[in-house]
Design a protein around this ligand. Structure first.
Ligand SMILES: NC(=O)c1ccc[n+]([C@@H]2O[C@H](COP(=O)([O-])OP(=O)(O)OC[C@H]3O[C@@H](n4cnc5c(N)ncnc54)[C@H](OP(=O)(O)O)[C@@H]3O)[C@@H](O)[C@H]2O)c1
Length: 342
């Protein structure tokens, strides 16, 4: 039985926060009330909601009581501090940062892929059996989510032995400051003015940077997250998965080139059917990021099988990482909580 929820959005003034508000409205989320939170810097701001406005509260000092669900998108450090406080006060916190993704007690959820895990966790939470660290659910990394929908479709239909992925990730994936840096450099370039940079260690305009996040040995942290989270969600700890993550001067929507080796040979028709039938996946001849912003699906194109090995599949994937990679995935989790009776 669906129940309207008392909902909070933490990080409401950020890029993901803005998409939360847009999607809650677009999807007519069942709301009993809505509270918005950000840092102390934003206190005094009022954000548009429906025909009116809502005043932003300071997350650190706000009263956490009374919320059913907190959609949290305020960074890892803030989530580590604030999510347990809100969970202890009774809210289910759906966190977009990497703070809790590796905690085995915290479910890491993509509803189309492991929605059953969410159902079990909610049932346990209700009976008081599994709330080891309050009610925290982790939203996976944006690239992980976008890759997982088509990879899970292939795995279910044919088995999956090996995946090699190279990503082409939009600057908005790193937040407002990074997005504004690209746009500022483009403006400065067109005016013949000097470009400046702060978020990245070199210009991103007219450039590509094959490193996202800090180094973790020979890999960067984004690559580590994609591998660890994909294995965890698929329950495939030995899946051979190799990632190279690259920041490109695209404003919005992540893209990825995927080479997958299946468990058994398949035809192109079979692969197309498996992908077309997968929830949240749409086929598109030539998906490109600019055209697919603010779309909910993960788009898959350039589908090739073989030519000399029927187990080899190559794909080109594009999806709006601010939507399915972040805000939409979290809202879909919250919708399941509402459908479950809150
Ligand atoms: N961008 C993406 O595509 C994407 C995808 C998946 C996950 N995520 C994750 O989502 C989170 C937010 O990303 P974003 O892209 O929206 O970043 P952003 O545009 O930089 O926004 C950051 C938000 O966090 C708030 N915040 C910062 N410090 C805070 C504090 N001390 N207390 C309370 N709120 C604070 C900011 O509020 P103020 O305005 O008051 O500073 C702002 O609302 C990050 O954890 C990121 O890893 C982002």
């Amino acid at each position: 039985m669906e129940r309207a929820l008392h909902l909070g959005v933490a990080g409401a003034t950020g890029l993901v926060g803005g998409e939360f508000l847009a999607l809650l409205e677009k999807r007519r989320f069942p709301l009993a009330s809505l509270r918005l939170f950000a840092s102390a810097r934003s206190v005094g701001r009022r954000l548009r909601w429906g025909a009116g406005e809502i005043a932003v509260e300071d997350l650190a000092t706000a009263d956490p009581r009374g919320l059913d669900v907190l959609l949290c998108s305020a960074g890892k450090r803030v989530a580590a501090e604030q999510a347990p406080r809100f969970a202890a006060a009774g809210a289910i916190v759906i966190d977009n940062s990497s703070a809790f993704r590796e905690d085995p007690a915290v479910p890491l959820i993509v509803p189309e892929v492991n929605g059953a895990r969410l159902r079990d966790w909610l049932a346990g939470a209700r009976s008081g059996a599994t709330l080891a660290r309050g009610g925290i659910i982790a939203n996976p990394n944006c690239t992980t989510i976008v890759l997982l929908l088509p990879l899970d479709a292939l795995r279910r239909a044919f088995g999956l032995e090996e995946v090699v992925v190279s990503t082409y990730q939009a600057v908005s994936g790193a937040g407002r400051e990074a997005r504004d840096e690209l746009l500022g450099q483009a403006r400065a370039f067109s005016l013949g003015e000097p470009e400046t940079w702060r978020h990245y260690d070199r210009p991103i305009f007219l450039n590509v940077i094959p490193k996202i996040g800090d180094w973790v040995g020979a890999d960067c942290f984004e690559e580590v997250k994609v591998v660890r989270e994909t294995r965890r969600i698929l329950g495939a700890p030995d899946l051979r998965l190799y990632a190279t993550t690259v920041r490109v001067p695209v404003e919005r929507c992540h893209s990825a080139s995927v080479f997958a080796r299946l468990g058994r040979p398949a035809t192109e028709v079979e692969v197309r059917e498996a992908l077309a039938g997968a929830p949240g996946v749409a086929l598109e001849d030539l998906p490109t990021p600019r055209e697919l912003a603010r779309r909910e699906e993960v788009f898959v194109g350039r589908i090739r099988v073989g030519p000399d090995d029927g187990r080899v599949v190559r794909l080109w994937i594009v999806s709006d990482q601010l939507w399915k990679g972040a805000a939409l995935n979290a809202i879909q989790i919250a919708e399941r909580i509402a459908a479950d009776g809150g």
